[in-house]
Each structure stands twice: as structure tokens, then as C-alpha cells.
Design a protein around this ligand. Structure first.
Ligand SMILES: [Zn+2]
Length: 132
């Protein structure tokens, strides 16, 4: 039986292979074990990750690791906003979904609103808290 966890692990493996392939082409062979870096995304590894991964890959990797953490904590599939169970059908299409459809739409509306007034939004964000 194929579980979402298997799916996520496979995705992480594919991502690691993709990065390793590219890394071998651009850096010296054997200099870096990408799999190890991806398995332990600790603080001191972040700099190495920054050099190797594109923003898209970093985001994807974080989403995969977040989802795997949630599976371990048995909070996977629950909306982070309202705590409601996200339907299995939605998770199969969007395995990294953090919100139910309702909250997702609400967040997207708010995000859009924030983008329409970038000057105010930037002033309100203190330095060092820009992440996401
Ligand atoms: Zn919700």
C-alpha cells in the first residue's frame, strides 16, 4: 500500500538525486554528499544548502520535511488554521497542503491584499522576520 509518507519520501529522494546530478556536473565529484545534507537540514548546513539549491527546491524540500514532521507528530492532514481534517482527496493532489480549502482561500485573499499595498506591509515587518 502506498501511503502519503512513502510518497513524500520518494519525492525527497527524487529531489536529492536531481540535485546530486546537477551538483556533480558543476562541482568536484565526491566533494559533497547531497543525500546527507538533505537528511539533516541543520543550521550549519543551511549555508551549504543555499549554495546548492534553488529557491524552488529549497521551498519544496522544506515542504516535504514539514509534512514528514507532521506525520511523525500525528498532526498531518489537519488544517493549521482551524484544525479541521483536510480531505484525503485534497492531500493526494496537494500532499503539502497546510490548510483546508476554506482557510487556504482566505489566506490567498489576504496575501493578495497585502501585495496590493507593499509599502505599508514592508514598514510593518521588523528586520529579520521577513522569512515567509
Ligand atoms: Zn481550515
Amino acid at each position: 500500500m502506498k501511503t502519503i509518507k512513502d510518497m513524500l519520501l520518494k519525492m525527497r529522494e527524487n529531489l536529492a538525486q536531481e540535485i546530486a546530478r546537477r551538483s556533480r556536473a558543476t562541482t568536484e565529484p565526491g566533494a559533497q554528499d547531497i543525500g546527507d545534507i538533505i537528511d539533516s537540514v541543520s543550521e550549519e548546513r543551511t549555508r551549504e544548502m543555499d549554495m546548492i539549491l534553488t529557491d524552488r527546491e529549497k521551498r519544496k524540500l522544506r515542504q516535504i520535511n514539514d509534512a514528514l514532521d507532521k506525520i511523525e507528530e500525528a498532526t498531518y492532514g489537519l488544517c493549521e488554521e482551524c484544525g479541521v481534517k483536510i480531505p484525503k482527496a485534497r492531500l493526494k493532489v496537494l500532499p503539502f497542503a497546510k490548510y483546508c480549502v476554506e482557510c487556504q482561500e482566505k489566506n490567498e485573499r489576504e496575501e493578495k491584499y497585502t501585495r496590493e499595498e507593499p509599502d505599508e506591509g514592508i514598514k510593518k515587518v521588523p528586520m529579520g522576520e521577513v522569512e515567509e
